[in-house]
Write a protein that binds this ligand. Sequence first.
Ligand code: DX5
Ligand code: ZN
Length: 218
Amino acid sequence: MPPLVAPSILAADFARLGEQVRQAEEAGANRIHVDVMDGHFVPNISIGPLVVQALKPVTKLRLETHLMISNPDQYLDAFAAAGSTSLQVHWEGNLHVHRTIQRIRAMGLGAGIVINPATPASVLQEILPDVNIVLVMTVNPGFGGQKFITSTLDKIKRVREMIDRHNPTCELEVDGGIDAHTAPLAFAAGATVFVAGSSVFGHPQGIAAGIKAIQESA
Ligand code: DX5
Ligand code: ZN
């Protein structure tokens, strides 16, 4: 399986967002990763449903929406209405994440569970059969441009084993500090989908070169 690349628009030029997403699609991006931050769950504020809605007519790619927000349940409907194709919610800080995942599935959207670097793979065990994607954070969420945390590689391997055993069609995605150097490490550990912000939108030779570098490195 070739690596799937999900450019994170957090690193895009917001004054030219539509154009940059179009460029990413033309360059072979497999989906668009939308980072939603509320200044509470993470110490940064980014974007909300309006931006998803604005991008919907711009691209045919899936808009996977990574919710780094407190009380995600309150916003699921708004993102679904805006055009998100999958919603990814954190295990951390959600006492009823099973219910959240079931609600996302009931809306007909892809359901993803996300775990932070300090969260063990073992918390996934009960929810794994219910999700379409596991997202292992390879940085602490909140900011783009951070350094890949190498100690997450062993966890990616453990998650890969769990997926193969309990839900083989589930995707395994990594997010944070992914570039042509770190993607091969995560790929070897079993990741299949690669979120990349800075290394795509900030690539010195442009967006297409950034996507190609990740695809070829893995
Ligand atoms: C981090 C976000 C990431 C981030 C990745 O909180 O979830 O998606 O945008 O950015 P880079 O690729 O720059 O580490
Ligand atoms: Zn993300």
